[in-house]
Write a protein of this length. Structure first.
Length: 490
């Protein structure tokens, strides 16, 4: 593609007319990936500034550099005020505006994003549509699975990936959208037709100034649905009416609002809920009719997730009968309330719960069917919001009979400091706890103590297969370690 075409969105593109005929083979923001004829966009990130790698980009074959400030280079340089915005616009143009060609659902919220995207993937499969999914656990194109580094990747990756999805026959794209991605402009250029809000609770206050700022970032997904109304491109905001932030999010969008809830009267509701240790039964009530759901997913929080997915599916013209069939077939989501199979007479559950709200949701669900003692193994991530650490410990001791506080992903922090933060607001009267910094030893300890009908929750990492210590990720899977400990106990 010629540079003229890539710059076609630029309001003052004529100032670069002398460069119009340069042929651009690809767009890149990583100088190490540059090949002959590529355009290199200098992005100023939190830890790396692309402007410092111009010489490397040129050496590797860059034909043109796009930067935010004057730089010296042996190839033409295009100066723009914001390279993040430029890259999003250029990527959308370069990949032929892919999100205008396939329905795109975005899911945001503190908890439940992964589960809702997984539920929607299954629903659309039953509806006969090939899906593309971008999320925390992985990226999928149909049945093909690819690793991802961030919950929501950058704009260049997204536009490229969604183009690949379309070329492979994908008819519905579903993606998790984090507050970081919204705040940093990573989803600029993504034309969502449906935005889903699950819930808001304390998280990421190491990044956001306050909960209000966290909510502001989340609200961008709904504001960016746009203000126009088009008969051939209808847009919807699917909002959890049980969450206190719902009213602000409803006001943030000009599009049609579809509400769902359990405790508050909404358009899509769950009534007559029955929770058991092996599943959930409820009446799904919708404007299209009511139907009873017998799901293998456990807990009230999963009922809310199923409502979110149902609402989004219904407004995207999936029949209620298909929604029912999919919800009743789904067995679970990796690392989300995942039972570890073994021959002992107690239960071991692995869950991603890493926020106060999600930990409380999982533990209260366990309490509803626990016959004897409940153990929880939990830690907090390093280089992250310190204010939630004592809250996590307090919730663990409120709902569990015994807590073992341990390391999660300490990253560059001293694990002992993280654990001291956790127990800083805890007194012995609040419950019994142990501190075992070594996560493997902590899991082994919990399992060694368990007896018949006890339940062990290993929380915080869920699907993750690593533990990050310093800047290095070491292989570590809670499920694998639990199975090792169970084998030793059998």
């Amino acid at each position: 593609m010629r540079l003229k075409e890539i710059l076609s969105f630029h309001p003052f593109a004529q100032q670069f007319s002398a460069l119009y005929d340069i042929e651009i083979n690809n767009l890149k923001m990583d100088s190490r990936e540059i090949k002959k004829g590529d355009l290199f966009v200098c992005i100023s990130g939190f830890t790396v500034d692309g402007h410092h790698y111009v010489d490397e980009a040129v050496k590797n074959g860059a034909a043109v550099i796009v930067a935010e400030r004057d730089i010296q280079a042996k190839v033409p340089v295009v100066i723009v005020p914001d390279t993040i915005r430029f890259l999003a616009m250029a990527a959308a143009k370069f990949y032929q505006y892919p999100t205008n060609q396939v329905p795109l659902i975005g899911v945001t919220g503190t908890n439940g994003k992964t589960t809702v995207t997984y539920l929607l993937e299954q629903i659309f499969k039953y509806h006969g549509k090939k899906t593309g999914v971008i999320g925390t656990i992985q990226m999928k194109i149909g049945e093909d699975v690819f690793p991802v580094d961030n919950t929501t990747p950058d704009a260049l990756f997204l536009q490229n990936t969604i183009r690949k999805m379309i070329d492979s026959g994908v008819k519905q794209v579903i993606m998790e959208v984090s507050s970081h991605a919204l705040d940093q402009g990573r989803v600029y250029g993504c034309d969502y037709n449906t935005a889903i809000f699950t819930n808001l609770s304390q998280d990421h206050l190491d990044y956001h100034d306050s909960m209000d700022d966290y909510l502001r970032a989340k609200s961008l997904l709904f504001a960016q649905l746009g203000s126009g109304y088009h008969s051939n491109n209808r847009k919807y905001a699917v909002i959890n009416l049980d969450d206190g932030a719902s009213s602000k999010l409803i006001r943030s969008t000009a599009q049609k609002v579809i509400t769902y809830g359990i405790d508050n009267e909404a358009m899509i509701m769950a009534k007559s809920i029955t929770l058991t240790p092996t599943g959930t039964k409820f009446l799904l009530c919708t404007p299209n009719g009511n139907t009873e759901i017998n799901s293998q997913l456990i807990g009230k929080f999963n009922v809310s997730n199923m409502l979110a997915a149902s609402a989004a599916a219904l407004v995207n013209e999936v029949p209620l009968s298909i929604v029912k069939k999919a919800l009743e077939t789904i067995q679970g989501v990796t690392g989300r309330f995942e039972l570890v199979n073994h021959e002992n007479s107690f239960s071991v559950i692995v869950d991603y719960a890493h926020t106060p709200d999600s930990l409380e949701n999982v533990l209260t669900t366990i309490r509803e069917f626990a016959k004897r003692k409940v153990y929880v193994v939990v830690g907090c991530g390093g280089d992250r919001d310190r204010s939630k650490r004592p809250l996590m410990a307090q919730i663990a001791l409120k709902y569990a009979d015994e807590a073992i506080f341990t390391s999660d992903n300490p990253r560059t922090e001293n694990p002992d400091i993280i654990l001291n933060d956790m127990i800083s607001g805890v007194t012995n009267s609040e419950g019994k706890y142990q501190v075992i910094p070594d996560r493997r030893k902590a899991i082994y300890k919990a399992i060694s103590q368990a007896t018949e009908h006890d339940i062990i929750l290993i929380a915080g990492k869920g699907h993750e297969t690593y533990q990050q210590i310093g800047h290095v990720k070491h292989h570590f899977d809670d499920r694998e370690v639990a199975k090792e400990a169970l084998f030793m106990k059998e």
